[in-house]
Design a protein around this ligand. Structure first.
Ligand code: SF4
Length: 366
């Protein structure tokens, strides 16, 4: 079923708010901790050796003496703060494998955020993910190690844009991808992720829906359902860089290569793929199929994280990095736990409306 219409982004962008300098409210309430020693020595090497085992296929031994003192300090501070670290699949291997408590795609992280039995949540991902964690956990301290970790999709649409769309298409349900600000979620009927977008669209029983803000995900969903879709011209700056020509080139030079792609990619890329799915579905596919050689058409840290788990699979890596995800580093995570920064806050009225849309998605059985 084709897209009915794809409307353009507003020139106004909703960049993540930069907090006022100084201590966060959480730091004033809970206090700052002393900065732990970051010395590399035999004891640190011994205590972290089991963690290095997990990533030795993708992180050279020469780099471990830099990472290990941070890994040890972060894991100790997590206990002291009663904190949990949620890390997206696009985080680097030393974060994903050595300090995260929960890893996954946006849907998995949103679901786990509702179950978090901790006083503090550190979101190793981008700002909209930390906002989602805060929306679902209004009484917890939610931190993001770098508040400038934004997202080109979240910045493609504003709450005003959604209100204008509602006025133009009265009565039509609005589904927003979780890669949006809290204000945009608050204007929506329900959220979705790339894991459950088709099921969410079909769950509403409507003939036509407004699907925001990823045009390519909307096109992918439209190819999988009879529901008619009004789309928005937002794009992920990482996935839109892949091209069908590039993938045909890989295929020609290696006919046995399997290609699996994320639905934020343009349609000519998905047309070349043997499998299309969210990051979680791509990981499950590689675990189940164990291909000899595979290219994961998505942010390139994910291939490293899966390779650490499945060293027998050869990953061809066209390396498109997300500059926002890469703002999160071990030193910044440590600072987050020591100084309780950057604290993420959401206006209570906005949060209540956004929570309704997120929880409606979380409670769907898909
Ligand atoms: S990979 Fe794309 S969708 Fe994901 S955070 Fe980066 S810019 Fe946003």
């Amino acid at each position: 079923m084709p897209i009915l219409e794809a409307l353009g982004p507003s020139p106004h962008r909703s960049l993540p708010p930069v907090p006022a300098s100084g201590r966060s409210a959480a730091a004033r309430r809970l206090g700052v901790l002393p900065m732990p020693s970051l010395e590399w020595n035999e004891s640190v090497a011994r205590e972290t050796a089991h963690l290095y085992e997990r990533i030795k296929a993708v992180v050279p031994a020469v780099e471990w003496p830099f990472f290990a003192p941070y890994v040890k300090a972060i894991n100790e501070l997590k206990r002291e703060r009663n904190a949990v670290i949620l890390a997206h699949n696009y985080q680097t291997p030393e974060i994903y494998n050595c300090v995260a408590d929960v890893v996954g795609d946006s849907l998995q992280l949103a679901r786990e955020a509702t179950k978090a039995d901790a006083d503090v949540i550190v979101q190793c991902g981008v700002h909209f993910m930390a906002e989602t964690a805060k929306i679902l956990n209004p009484d917890k301290v939610v931190l993001i190690p770098d508040v400038k970790a934004g997202c080109s999709l979240a910045e493609a649409i504003t709450a005003d844009d959604v209100r204008l769309l509602r006025a133009r298409f009265p009565g039509m349900p609005v589904i927003t991808y979780v890669n949006t600000s809290a204000e945009v979620k608050a204007e929506s009927d329900i959220c979705c992720t790339s894991s459950n977008a088709v099921e969410v669209v079909e769950s509403l029983g409507a003939e036509r829906v407004i699907f925001l803000p990823d045009e390519y995900l909307a096109k992918y969903v439209a190819s999988q359902t009879d529901v008619k879709i009004i789309a928005w011209k937002g794009h992920c700056e990482v996935h839109e860089r892949f091209t069908g020509d590039e993938l045909r080139g890989y295929r020609e030079s290696d006919p046995g290569l399997m290609i699996i792609a994320h639905p934020e990619c343009p349609p000519d890329v998905l047309a070349e793929a043997d499998f299309t799915g969210s990051t979680a579905k791509m990981i499950d596919w590689v675990r189940a199929q164990k291909p000899k050689r595979v290219v994961m058409v998505t942010e390139c840290s994910m291939a490293e994280n899966v390779q650490a788990e499945l060293p027998e699979v050869e990953f061809v890596k066209p390396c498109n990095l997300c500059p926002h995800m890469k703002r999160i580093t071990l030193p910044k995570i440590l600072d987050s736990l020591v100084y309780l920064k950057e604290e993420v806050t959401v206006d209570p009225v906005v949060a209540a409306n956004a929570r309704r849309a997120v929880e409606r998605m979380v409670h769907l059985k898909c």
